[in-house]
Design a protein around this ligand. Structure first.
Ligand code: UGA
Length: 428
C-alpha cells in the first residue's frame, strides 16, 4: 500500500482483515512510526481497533523503504492528489513520485492498482511506463469511501470499479475482492478512462446535489419557505433521492472541492471545458455560502461583528472526522475572527488540526468554555453532542440567547421556546 493517509491506512488495515499480508509505504517517517505502534495518526471511527489488531498479529507493517514492495503481488497507489497551488488542476507529484520509486521493485508479475483520484488519462500514462520498464500491468480501482465511514465503506463497498486494458487484467482484483463481491458489491470492469471518470463524475454529482439544495435554500429564505421540508418532499421521488440534500454551510473536505476543480481543469485541457462550466457555478454557490453565513452572524449582532463573543461549535468539515481541509466551518470561524469578533472554537476531534492551520483563533478546552459568555452561538459541524444540546441549560451559560444553526439540525421551536433567537439556513 503506497501512501498511508485516510485512504491507504484504511485500505491496508482492511486488506489485513481480509487475511492478506500488507506492507504500507509512506515517505513520512513520523506517520510510519505511529502506524507501526498500531496507532492511527488521524481520527477515523473503527480504524484504530482494526489497525492495532493486525499490527500486533504481524500481518500489517509500515516502512519508508520502497524495497519492501518487491515481494508484493499487488501494489495499491493511495497517495494524495491535492489541488495545485495557483491552479485548479490536481497536483500529481505524489502519484508520479511514488510510481517512480516503486518501478525498480516491479517485475512482470506485478499488478499496480491506482486508487487515488486522478485526472482522466493518468492511468494510461503510468501503464505505458510500467509495461516498458518492468513488463508490469496497471489497473485503476477508484475509491469511494467516505471519511467517518471509511472502514465500513472499504469492507462493504456499494460497488467496485476496475479500469483495465485487457479484461483478464481484472481477474486478480476479482479474486482479491471476493468477500466484498459475495456480500453483494457489483464488480464493474471498464477501460481506464471510464474508471477514472466514474470517480470524479460521482463526486461532481454529489457536489452538485449539495449546491443545488443550497441554491434552493436561498429561494426559501426569500419567500419564507422551508428547505428542510422541501428536501424531504422532493426526496420521496426515488429518481431524486433524499441523500445529500441537506442545506447548510456547504461542502468541504479533501475531496469534493478539489475534485470538481481538477475535473474542470482537465476538461479544459481536453477542449471540452464548456461542458463542465456548470461546475464553476456549483463551486461559486458553495463558496458564497461561507460569506453569507458570516453576514447572517453580523445581522444577528445588529450589523457588527466587532468585539462580539462568538462560540463556534465544530470546525471539522463534517462530523466523525478531524479533517479540516477546506472546511466551511473553519473558514467561517476565521472570517468572523478577521472581522473583529472574539471567536471561541470547540470541536470534539479537530482542535489540533484547526489550531495548526489557524493558530490565531481561540480554542476552548471544552464545550462549556466555548459557550461561556457568548453573544452568539454558531453550530457549524453537526457533531451529535451539538445536535443534542439542551436549549434551557445552554441558555444559562451564554450571555445572549442567539444561535445560528448552520446545518439545520436543531429543533427551532424548542430553542425559540427556551427564549433563543434562532436562525437556520433556508428555514423560516
Ligand atoms: C466524498 C464522497 O462522498 C466519497 O464517496 C468519496 O470517496 C470521497 O469524497 C473521496 O473522494 O475520497 P467525504 O469527503 O468523506 O466523501 O465527505 P462527504 O460525506 O461526501 O461530505 C462532503 C461535504 O459535503 C461535507 O462537508 C458535508 O458536510 C457536506 N454535505 C454532505 C452537505 O453539506 N450536505 C449534504 O447533504 C451532504
Amino acid at each position: 500500500m503506497i501512501g498511508t493517509g485516510y485512504l491507504g491506512a484504511t485500505h491496508a488495515a482492511a486488506m489485513a482483515e481480509m487475511g492478506h499480508t500488507v506492507v504500507g509505504i509512506d515517505t513520512d517517517p513520523n506517520k510510519v512510526a505511529t502506524l507501526n505502534q498500531g496507532k492511527v495518526p488521524f481520527f477515523e471511527p473503527g480504524l484504530p481497533e482494526l489497525l492495532s489488531t493486525h499490527v500486533a498479529s504481524g500481518r500489517l507493517t509500515f516502512t519508508t523503504d520502497f524495497a519492501a514492495a518487491a515481494p508484493a503481488d499487488i501494489h495499491f497507489l493511495c497517495v494524495g492528489t491535492p489541488q495545485q497551488a495557483g491552479s485548479d488542476a490536481a497536483d500529481l507529484s505524489q502519484v508520479f513520485g511514488s510510481f517512480t520509486s516503486l518501478l525498480p521493485h516491479l517485475d512482470s508479475n506485478s499488478l499496480i492498482v491506482g486508487k487515488s483520484t486522478v485526472p482522466v488519462g493518468t492511468c494510461a500514462q503510468l501503464a505505458d511506463v510500467a509495461a516498458t520498464e518492468a513488463g508490469a500491468v496497471v489497473a485503476w480501482n477508484p475509491e469511494f469511501l467516505r471519511e467517518g465511514f471509511a472502514v465500513e465503506d472499504t469492507l462493504r463497498p456499494d460497488r467496485i470499479v476496475v479500469g483495465v486494458r485487457q479484461p483478464k487484467d481484472a481477474d486478480r482484483l476479482r479474486e482479491l475482492y471476493q468477500p466484498q463481491i459475495q456480500h453483494g458489491a457489483p464488480f464493474l470492469v471498464t477501460d481506464y478512462a471510464t474508471a477514472e471518470l466514474v470517480k470524479v463524475s460521482a463526486n461532481a454529482f454529489l457536489a452538485t446535489k449539495i449546491s443545488y439544495i443550497n441554491a434552493i435554500a436561498d429561494i426559501c429564505s426569500a419567500t419564507g419557505a422551508d428547505v428542510v421540508a422541501l428536501a424531504e418532499a422532493i426526496g420521496h421521488d426515488d429518481r431524486i433521492g433524499s441523500k445529500f440534500l441537506r442545506a447548510g454551510v456547504g461542502f468541504g473536505g479533501g475531496c469534493l472541492p478539489k475534485d470538481i476543480r481538477a475535473f474542470m481543469a482537465r476538461a479544459d485541457e481536453l477542449g471540452v471545458g464548456r461542458s463542465l462550466d456548470f461546475l464553476r457555478e456549483i463551486d461559486e454557490i458553495n463558496m458564497r455560502r461561507r460569506q453569507s453565513v458570516a453576514q447572517s452572524a453580523a445581522d444577528m449582532l445588529a450589523g457588527s461583528l466587532l468585539g462580539a463573543h462568538i462560540a463556534v461549535l465544530g470546525v471539522a468539515f463534517k462530523p466523525d472526522s478531524d479533517d479540516i481541509r477546506d472546511s466551511p466551518a473553519l473558514n467561517i470561524a476565521a472570517n468572523l475572527h478577521l472581522q473583529g469578533a472574539a471567536v471561541q472554537v470547540f470541536d470534539p476531534k479537530a482542535m489540533g488540526n484547526a489550531a495548526k492551520a489557524f493558530p490565531t483563533l481561540n480554542y476552548a478546552n471544552d464545550l462549556n468554555a466555548a459557550l461561556d459568555n457568548a453573544d452568539l452561538v454558531m453550530l457549524l459541524t453537526e457533531w451529535p453532542e451539538f445536535v443534542g444540546l439542551d436549549p434551557v441549560r445552554t441558555g444559562t451559560v451564554v450571555k445572549h440567547r442567539r444561535i445560528f444553526d448552520g446545518r439545520n439540525v436543531l429543533d427551532a421551536s424548542a430553542w425559540r421556546g427556551a427564549g433563543w433567537e434562532y436562525r437556520g439556513i433556508g428555514i423560516p
